[in-house]
Design a protein around this ligand. Structure first.
Ligand code: 5GP
Ligand code: ZN
Length: 114
């Protein structure tokens, strides 16, 4: 989609530190990390939010979740614990309208978010 930052990253037109990928998803480091591990997982195709992703082609949401787990395993935090977050809509602070899962870990993560 034109004028979408994460479509541009998926296409390799905007630089990002890529971590892992699967056939339909990619993962890259967040530019403003909130934890020692802070990686974003996106579908390569454009879906604006979690609801759209959940209604997308079969297995795509599973693939995002699987890549999130692979990131945690690669970072060595799959057993100590990590958090996967989909900020959805303005009150949750979604700033990029291309669905993305935040994978956060490497420190104790409290429940309440500012
Ligand atoms: P949201 O607030 O929509 O849940 O998350 C958007 C995330 O994208 C933020 O954590 C922000 O730091 C990250 N971000 C914004 N612009 C860029 C960028 O150009 N490159 C990367 N790697 N991350 C970005
Ligand atoms: Zn997009």
């Amino acid at each position: 989609m034109a004028d979408c930052l994460f479509c541009s990253i998926a296409a390799g037109e905007t630089a990002a530190t890529r971590v892992l990928e699967s056939p339909r998803t990619i993962a890259f480091s967040d530019i403003s990390p909130q934890a020692p591990t802070h990686v974003l997982v996106i579908p390569k195709d454009h879906y604006p939010d979690l609801a759209a992703l959940a209604g997308a082609e079969a297995g795509l949401l599973d693939e995002v979740a699987m890549l999130a787990h692979r990131i945690a395993a690669a970072a060595g935090i799959d057993e100590t614990g990590y958090r996967v977050v989909f900020n959805t809509g303005p009150q949750a602070g979604q700033t990029v309208q291309h669905v993305h899962a935040h994978v956060l870990g490497g420190r104790g993560i409290t429940w309440t978010h500012g």
